[in-house]
Design a protein around this ligand. Sequence first.
Ligand code: SF4
Length: 351
Amino acid sequence: MPQESLLTPTAPAAQAQPLHFAAPRRAAPPALQRWRVEDVQALLDLPFDELLYRAQTVHRAHWPARDIELATLLSVKTGGCPENCGYCPQSAEFDTGVKAQKLMSVEEVRHAAQAAKDAGATRFCMGAAWRAPKDRDIEKVAELVRTVKGLGLQSCATLGMLEKHQALALRDAGLDYYNHNLDTAPEYYADIVDTRSYQDRLDTLAHVRAAGVKVCCGGIVGMGESPVHRAGLIAQLANLDPYPESVPINSLVRVPGTPLADAPPIDPLDFVRVIAVARITMPTARVRLSAGRQQLGEPVQALCFLAGANSIFYGDKLLVTGNPDADADRRLLDKLGYATRAVSIEPGEHA
Ligand code: SF4
């Protein structure tokens, strides 16, 4: 296969051309491009320099260079979840020492969101460990969404499986994004969780999209999956119509007590490759370095930014696992000469 065809296998000719830094920066056309798993795999297998060059070229064609979005994540309802996701310390099936807590109050969330804003976050994500929220839960979360929006922050929620009417209720409350990850390739999914199906995930994503809420959807690598499974995950994400506006890529945090506690760690350079291929296949998505950033260290994070990551979770804790502290992130971004924004920008916009 000629190298150009590896960039965008079924892309319109205009996108398949090499892109120069002086080219006008425009958002990609909405037309769906079908990515075959083997095309994604071919990208993953490129020589490292070629892959990063392509990823950075695509990145600069669609986003300002060195622009990093800061998102903060708060667990508003922790633990006791009836699902059995093999990576998750919040599942009630695993003995991980996570203490179940009920839904936080409006005042607690307001306080945390204000602190996140004061620390420079532009998006505030709220996670609740539910299999699927009840309608009365949705009413409470809607109030939290209104509170976050009232502070001038973008809002995001991750609450489990949603019905159509629930997605509409959250949209009406002002929810900007809904997070629901595909986790891994369909073929590997049952090895990770068997209390729900891949189709359940896709159905929720369809309800969110139909309600007009932006989609945040990514996955986790380092769960013992094969390289083909990694390619399968990226192909699934890139072939969503349209692909997600936000794509969190997580490196498994191996939590003692979970079934994946002893999963073999992913080679950090393979993690960078996944970021680069996410950028190439989903040019206008915010590609977010998510869980596992703490274990990557500064040099690998810098490579991830070079590969096209332009969002990080910010703050010293993800839902229940550790994250680099905010000062360490500021120091790293300063060291790299990167900007962060008080106002989030969309693809194609400029400073
Ligand atoms: S990932 Fe979410 S759905 Fe799965 S066990 Fe954890 S909290 Fe529950």
